[in-house]
Design a protein around this ligand. Structure first.
Ligand SMILES: NC(=O)c1ccc[n+]([C@@H]2O[C@H](COP(=O)([O-])OP(=O)(O)OC[C@H]3O[C@@H](n4cnc5c(N)ncnc54)[C@H](OP(=O)(O)O)[C@@H]3O)[C@@H](O)[C@H]2O)c1
Length: 296
C-alpha cells in the first residue's frame, strides 16, 4: 500500500500550526518519518514554539518568489506530500501556483491546496475564486491533490470573524437565522487530515475531496443550545439580506457581513449530509459548537 511518509507544511499559521502538531504526534508513534515546515523566516515566535516540540519539525527557509528555493528544500528531504496552509494575509495565496510547480519538480506525490473552508470548486471570482481557479491549475499540472472542506473554524469564527461577544449576549445571524452552516474546530481539522493522509492508501486520496464537519447547525439552533446549556439569555441581532448588502456596499471588505451574506445566498455547508467524509475516521469525535461557546 503506497502511503506518504515525509510531509511538508507550507506556512504554519492559524490552521498550519495545528496540522504540524498533529503530524508530529504521528511521527512520535512512527506513522510518518519526518515533517518539514516551509517558512519565510525561522526567527518568528511561532517557529520558536514549534522548535520546542519533540519530535520537532525540520525547518526550511524558502523564498516564495524563488520557486527553486522551494524545490531544493523539498528535494533535500524527499518530501512525499505538501500541505499548503498559506492564507489570505499579505497575498500569500498568490504564492500557491509557484509552490505547487516547485513541488511537482521536486517529485512530490500529493499536494493539498489551502482550502479549509466551504467548497470553492465552482468559484472563479471574489476572494474564494482564487482557490477554485487554482484547483483547475493543479489538474492541468497533473499534480495529484486532495481538498479538505471543513466549513468555518468553530474555535475561531464566533468571537473572531463574526465579532460576537457571547458573555454579553451579543450574537448575530443573517436573515432569519435558519441557514445551516458546517463548523469544524482547527484541532479537529488537523486530526482528521493527519489521520486520513497517513491511513488511506494514496490511490484513495489522490484527486479526492474530503467534506467534513464537526457540527452542522443553524444560528437559531446555536442560540437555543447555548441558552439551554447555560441558562443565559442571548440577544440575537438578525441582519436582513438588504441590510447586509448595504453594509457591503459601504465597505466591501466587512468580513462578518461577507460571511453572513454568502451563507444566506449560497448556503453554508460543506455539502449534503450523505456527502460527508466524517465516517472515514470512526473515532474522530469532533467538538460541538455549543461546547466551544460555553468554554468562552
Ligand atoms: N474556515 C475558517 O474559518 C478559516 C479561517 C482562517 C483561515 N482559513 C483558511 O485556511 C487557510 C490558511 O489560512 P491561515 O489563516 O491559517 O493562514 P495565515 O495564518 O494567514 O498564514 C499562514 C502562513 O503563511 C505564511 N506566509 C507566506 N507568505 C506570506 C505572506 N506574504 N504574508 C503572510 N504570511 C505568509 C506565514 O508563515 P511564515 O511566516 O512561517 O512564512 C503564515 O504564518 C486559507 O485557505 C484560509 O482561507 C479558514
Amino acid at each position: 500500500m503506497l502511503t506518504y511518509k515525509v510531509f511538508a507544511v507550507a506556512g504554519a499559521g492559524n490552521i498550519g500550526v495545528f496540522i504540524v502538531e498533529e503530524l508530529l504526534k504521528l511521527q512520535a508513534v512512527g506513522k510518518i518519518d519526518a515533517l518539514v515546515v516551509l517558512t519565510r523566516s525561522t526567527s518568528s515566535p511561532t517557529i520558536a514554539r514549534l522548535a520546542l516540540l519533540s519530535p520537532a519539525p525540520i525547518f526550511e527557509e524558502v523564498d516564495y518568489t524563488n520557486p527553486t528555493s522551494i524545490t531544493q528544500a523539498l528535494s533535500k528531504h524527499h518530501v512525499d506530500a505538501v500541505i499548503s496552509t498559506l492564507g489570505h494575509a499579505g497575498g500569500a495565496l498568490d504564492a500557491q501556483p509557484g509552490l505547487a510547480e516547485a513541488a511537482r519538480k521536486a517529485g512530490v506525490r500529493l499536494f493539498v491546496p489551502s482550502e479549509f473552508g466551504n467548497p470553492t470548486e465552482h468559484l472563479t471570482a471574489g476572494m474564494l475564486g482564487q482557490k477554485g481557479t487554482f484547483q483547475g491549475r493543479l489538474r492541468e499540472m497533473g499534480l495529484p491533490s486532495a481538498m479538505f472542506y471543513t466549513g468555518p473554524f468553530a474555535d475561531l469564527i464566533f468571537e473572531g470573524y463574526l465579532e460576537w461577544d457571547v458573555k454579553q449576549g451579543k450574537v448575530e445571524a443573517g436573515a432569519d437565522g435558519n441557514v445551516h452552516v458546517s463548523y469544524t474546530a482547527r484541532r479537529d481539522v488537523a486530526r482528521y487530515l493527519a489521520y486520513v493522509l497517513t491511513t488511506l492508501p494514496a490511490k484513495e486520496i489522490e484527486w479526492r475531496t474530503f467534506r467534513i464537519e464537526g457540527d452542522r447547525k443553524t444560528f437559531n439552533q446555536i442560540f437555543a443550545d447555548y441558552e439551554e446549556r447555560t441558562g443565559r439569555k442571548l440577544n440575537p441581532k438578525y441582519r436582513s439580506k438588504e441590510e447586509l448588502e448595504q453594509t457591503l456596499k459601504e465597505n466591501p471588505k466587512h468580513f462578518s457581513s461577507m460571511l453572513q451574506y454568502s451563507w444566506i445566498s449560497h448556503g453554508g455547508t460543506v455539502g449534503e449530509p450523505d456527502q460527508l467524509d466524517n465516517k472515514l475516521y470512526a473515532d474522530w469525535n469532533p467538538i460541538k459548537v455549543v461546547d466551544i461557546l460555553t468554554e468562552i
